[in-house]
Design a protein around this ligand. Structure first.
Ligand SMILES: *Cc1c(COP(=O)(O)O)cnc(C)c1O
Length: 361
């Protein structure tokens, strides 16, 4: 079968994803519960209204609405754009995958600014394209606009994918930078998975450009990562194409219903977002007090921390042995960094106790 397999698929590296709490607890042999700060999930359950809507959901035997009419209407109201520009997916991951598949073929180029979210590389590889990585400024992770514009000038370049706030660096990109990239005529995808935490968006530009896409998700702010629901704001033509090619039932009935109630209950959910933003600042100050640690400013629900000169791979292993899970990257330039999601105060307390013991001057 190896000979029948497409060569670019045989070369794909599996996406390095994190594992769920029950598996982590089995691994660490702990009853107390792992401290799970490795996937930027919302540590608070969705609101009671959302949980009740899920518990009482009556239509499990019925296929979802492939046109997502009710969900798109709710999202249109939330995002301030017409429903004809909105498509939901099984997480924004599915929309990243679909966008890359409809624009990037074998031999085509997708461009991104690294370090960044691993899905851009993964989806490009699966599509048979080539990802051109333009490194961010090593000091503050700002974009190398000259490098990006140059990469997009190449004839094979079709699309540029940028997260704002960026995962794992936490910084945003400016409206001016997005506008400069739009000038290239290539498809510009701004992944706003952490929009509710930053409060910054380029969504209002979408109706004025036929090459701008904004992606959002319910995984982070609304606490629905397990249900898989994300959405995009698209040029109308791109939305229509996506609707035509997407798997019709990928967003389940339950996910659609929960997302609608989350939009209705957004005041309460955004209250949790404010708590997380507040607690992020406290956690950042405490982490900055560790010997030698450098904490990067973040507009999202996580912090990137650098421990210069330290063996952070070993530090990460010791934290895991203690049942504390954060994100460690082997990516060049991040080998001495940890990405730590903002959790509940008790998570922070246990994390800091462990770090103060493990990170001695
Ligand atoms: C978490 C994350 C996503 C994935 O969101 P899902 O909707 O859960 O697929 C997308 N983009 C970035 C930058 C993320 O960090």
């Amino acid at each position: 079968m190896r000979e029948l397999l497409l060569p670019h698929i045989a070369r794909v590296q599996a996406y390095a994803s994190v594992r769920p709490p029950d598996i982590l607890e089995e691994e660490s042999g702990r009853e107390r519960g792992a401290v799970k700060l490795d996937a930027n999930e919302n540590p608070y359950a969705p609101t009671a209204r959302v949980r009740e809507a899920i518990a009482a959901f009556p239509h499990l035997n019925i296929y979802p609405d492939p046109e997502q009419a009710h969900l798109r209407k709710a999202l249109a109201e939330y995002a301030g754009l017409g429903p004809e520009r909105i498509v939901a997916g099984a997480g924004s991951d599915e929309l990243i995958d679909l966008l890359v598949r409809i624009f990037v073929g074998v031999g085509d180029v997708a461009v991104t600014a690294t370090p960044t979210f691993g899905m851009y590389r993964f989806s490009t590889q699966v599509a048979g394209g080539r990802l051109v990585e333009v490194p961010r400024d090593p000091d503050d992770f700002s974009l190398d606009m000259h490098g990006l514009l140059q990469a997009l000038q190449g004839g094979a370049a079709k699309i540029v994918l940028l997260a704002s706030p960026n995962n794992p660096t936490g910084n945003t990109i400016s409206r001016r930078e997005v506008e400069a990239l739009l000038e290239t005529g290539r498809l510009v995808v701004v992944d706003e998975a952490y929009y509710e935490f930053s409060g910054e968006s380029v969504a209002s530009l979408v109706p004025h450009h036929d090459n701008l896409v904004v992606l959002r998700t319910f995984s982070k702010w609304a606490g629905l990562a397990g249900l898989r629901v994300g959405y995009g704001l698209f040029p109308q033509e791109v939305a229509a194409t996506l609707c035509a090619v997407k798997p019709p039932y990928s967003v389940s009935t339950l996910a659609q219903a929960a997302a609608i109630v989350a939009v209705e209950d957004r005041q309460a959910l955004l209250g949790t977002v404010r708590t997380l933003v507040h607690d992020r600042e406290g956690l950042g100050k405490a982490l900055a007090g560790l010997p030698g640690a450098r904490v990067y400013p973040s507009r999202a629900n996580f912090l990137l921390v650098r421990f210069p000169g330290r063996d952070v791979a070993a530090l990460n292993r010791r934290l895991r042995e203690r049942g504390i899970y954060v994100r460690y990257f082997t990516t060049p330039g991040l080998e001495d960094c940890l990405r730590i999601s903002v959790g509940q105060p008790e998570d922070h307390r246990r994390l800091l106790v462990a770090l103060r013991e493990e990170v001695k001057p």
